[in-house]
Design a protein. Structure first.
Lengths: 257, 296, 257, 296
């Protein structure tokens, strides 16, 4: 038994991807934990931006929603919801967009809308929220999901937020300025787009995870990079910071979706 | 001018509302002070397009439950983030349509009554019109600005526009670039909750203020529930003030945002959000909840 | 010698036209004096709105500019300049627009841009400011100018802000929602649009002014209404309020443009 | 990261500015603290489109006079209300173009240097691009929003559009209604004055905040002069805060808005506005004023 859980490995890895970044537009759920961890570890000056209008939020506990009171109270500025999308997200001034997903396909496209037919769905999901424009307009995006075959799927029935679309050149043809999903971070490893095909390929595997286990949890025939790395283990400092965050949050009651 | 409306005052309020409706006529009146029941009775009608706004913070839950209690039907419910209060309205059968951008129980999971309506047409079929947050926010901005549409970089490459008639492509007359247009939202009524109003109906809210100003300014009528009625609005950092002459009615409803929060008054009741999950998951437990609310 | 000046008569008359109105979008100069007087006399609850973003300003002295500190400090709300135009003026929620003018023609169109050729003007005036959209979007507008032949002109060389355009139906054809200039108030009398032609005609003359003097000061053949009234003299209360306003202003240094 | 730039630090600042320029690259830096002379030297170049904003309040006059002192030429000067500081810049021959919506000495009368340039091409011809306030404000909004244009109900029936290429008609894709489009403004540099900044370059301004946020967010670079540098920005009612990562440089310039005012610091110097009239009316008296300023 390792000294950390798979979720902790995922969150720490996601937080590390924010090193050297000035600003992060934070989606709800797993991304929020990772972004808040980054502020406590590799990126203390990182400006966290929430779609509720909080810019530069510095919460002491993990927010349970994107509009928790502490986000506004600790922010450098709180602006209206129209302003956060129009003045802050849309012009491409935010470095990284951090997104979760119900489903993500091999080119990093995201579905958070429906499983099944749109008009009579098998499962109705929450919908788009801020994600389509976060995915379009941040200079780059990072997607954080747990690695399951029903989550990493070959094809989406509904594209809520665009990754690389149909493949190379698709984003540029649509006039999107952001680079798209440069990284998909899961509890098993890290997937990055192949420069030729834009297909997400395994570039790093978390310690103790077998490549076959990753393949089995991926809904498309997974390409493993020749130079596959093993993700660096969480440091004691990272784990302490993360556990302090999540403990403080859970003592407030309620979990994080 | 301040008129306290008692039980017999409804006729006068009705006259006043006609008089104040958007038109070229001058002389708008200040907001009236009403009870929550009076405000909902006068301002929210069957078949109306109703926007209850409040982005996580200051959600007008008490007003939503009063709409349930008064048995409104065939509403078009508009809201960026339909959460518990819309789950309740939908489960109670008040809504014929839902216009939204994210429907979930924040920090918990699904909205089961919303899903039951969309997936199984229970208790009645519900039509949905779905956008992104950026699109909905801009639709309110257009509505508040007296414009028929707004322009944004949005939806490109997604499947959202395929199912929604209120999204179109528009070309920049200067650069030739293709952008996205969304149709304005102009609800019949906007309902919001605020921390304070003064006795002239000037409304003050602060903290995360979301899209409430836009919703009120876009709507033909508005009802604002407040934590507190005060003589004078003390300036507050980050506050939005809506002058009384753009608000139709104000109702004093302490804890009117519970289980969401009102900054400076009370915190978010996270346990309520958790406890809603088992209540709403099942039609019967929801039915019991509904009986209790309507009996109140 | 009368107990009041022609300018005072003009300002008092303009202020009276705000009785029963809830909100007034106040242009710079003469209109500001009249709007502030109205708050002290016939319309104490009137919300004064300035293009600088002050909504419900309650200045104790006459502002010297549309962005004086006291406007913001006494306002119910101060919003950004884009917001004041987009959310407050444009949708037609303001009852009255109060405008000054360098020149106004017989149909209430206003020039504040140039005298002479646009590219090489004889006199370059300040330009549009907020006036074109105030004239277009307020439910009605009132224009306040001193009555001079060079001010009330037959034809404008440049239309900065639209009154009734070419005449009846023009505003509607252009999709304008506001009713346009329902009244032109000068130091000699009050002109109102003829319902048939939209031409500004003399409907009220200030006490002690001869009709011929008004004709002589008007740049077009002035129609005098059959039911010409004599403007009610300023009351003592009106004069006291006005003089208190202007005295307090001038002791602060600087005059009002 | 805070870097104090001394006289030898200009190279570093230059590198930094290239590094921070709008692009797809990540890792924007916080605003740098500079002297006014350094800030203008590094950020304002001959031929740039420069917006000095501040609506009556917080006009960046000291920065404008530093631009004169450094002898910048061929600038496109952008400003809703070119007043005294633009009269000075125009009279000094810094401007090739003026983009504006109202040019006067507020509360006094004409801008004589502006008129002399437009009427008599003195000291050099000046091209003008003229809008209404609503149009200019929306052009900044479009620029700040990363859009090529904005939509408004404006200019209809006026002669303004006849002389200005940045106004066009646009049709609503939903209703077919004709509306007005204006082209976005994206200055090379925005210069504003604010009450305070903290040592990380976060900027705070309050009172009448005009269009300054939009100007900074629309521009490629920005210079903010401030009354005061503080350790911590105390929240203020009505304050706009610009985080340091969207500001290029901050200079500590007390009384940098004089003769306009800085709410909470000093009042408007109405006598200066009056006294500018005779100084500016005459080329010679203006010339003497200019000599004094450039000798300073």
């Amino acid at each position: 038994m390792s000294a950390w859980t798979a979720d902790e490995m995922m969150t720490v890895t996601a937080a590390r991807s924010l090193a050297g970044r000035a600003s992060c537009f934070v989606g709800i759920g797993l991304p929020s934990t990772a972004a808040n961890l980054a502020r406590r570890t590799c990126s203390p000056d990182l400006a966290l931006i929430y779609e509720s209008g909080a810019i530069g939020a510095k919460p002491t506990t993990l927010p349970l929603s994107i509009g928790d009171g502490e986000l506004g109270e600790t922010a450098d500025a709180v602006v209206s919801v129209p302003e956060i999308f129009n003045y802050w997200l849309q012009p491409g001034r935010v470095d990284v967009g951090f997104l979760g997903a119900a489903q993500v396909d091999r080119r990093g496209n995201i579905n958070t809308t429906v499983i099944g037919d749109y008009r009579s769905p098998a499962v109705r999901l929450p919908g788009a929220g801020g994600a389509p424009e976060i995915a379009a307009s941040c200079r780059e995006t990072v997607v954080v999901v747990r690695h399951r075959p029903r989550t990493l799927v070959d094809r989406l029935e509904f594209v809520t937020s665009l990754g690389f679309g149909d493949g190379p050149g698709h984003r540029a043809a649509l006039g999107l300025r952001g680079r798209g999903p440069i990284r998909l971070i899961t509890d098993l490893g890290v997937l990055e787009p192949d420069p030729e095909t834009c297909e997400l390929t395994l570039t790093s595997i978390h310690p103790g995870v077998a490549v076959d286990a990753v393949r089995a949890a991926t809904g498309w025939p997974l390409t493993v990079r020749a130079d596959l790395r093993v993700t660096e283990e969480p440091t004691a400092a990272e784990l302490t910071a993360l556990r302090s965050l999540t403990t403080r949050s859970s003592t407030r009651g309620g979990g994080v979706a | 001018m301040l008129v306290i409306i008692d039980a017999h005052g409804v006729w006068f309020l009705g006259w006043l509302l006609n008089y104040c409706s958007y038109s070229a006529q001058t002389g708008s009146r200040m907001a009236e002070l009403v009870s929550l029941a009076e405000g909902v009775a006068e301002l929210v009608h069957d078949g109306d397009a109703v926007a209850l706004e409040g982005f996580t913070h200051l959600i007008p839950v008490a007003a939503g439950q009063e709409i349930i209690r008064q048995g409104r039907r065939d509403l078009t419910l508009i809201r960026m983030t339909p959460d518990i209060v819309y789950d309740q309205l939908i489960g109670a059968g008040c809504a014929a349509r839902l216009v939204f951008s994210w429907g979930g129980n924040p920090g918990v999971g699904s909205l089961h009554r919303f899903r039951d309506a969309v997936e199984n047409a229970w208790p009645r079929p519900i039509e949905i019109e779905e956008h992104s947050h950026a699109g909905m926010a801009n639709r309110y901005v257009a509505g508040a600005s007296g414009l028929p549409f707004a322009v944004l970089r949005g939806y490109v490459g997604t499947d959202i526009a395929k199912h929604t008639k209120t999204i179109a492509t528009i070309t920049c007359p200067f650069t030739g670039e293709a952008l996205t247009a969304v149709a304005a939202l102009n609800p019949d009524v906007a309902v919001i909750h605020a921390q304070r109003a003064d006795r002239r109906g000037n409304v003050q809210l602060w903290g995360i203020t979301g899209v409430q100003k836009e919703a009120v300014l876009a709507a033909s009528r508005s009802l604002v529930t407040v934590e507190e009625l005060v003589d004078e609005l003390e300036p507050q950092p980050g506050a939005v003030v809506l002058p009384g002459w753009v608000v139709t009615a104000v109702a004093h409803v302490p804890r009117g945002a519970h289980p969401s929060y009102a900054q400076g008054y009370y915190d978010r009741d996270n346990d309520y959000y958790q406890s809603w999950d088992p209540i709403s998951r099942d039609r019967e437990t929801f039915g019991r909840w509904l009986d209790e609310v309507t009996a109140a």
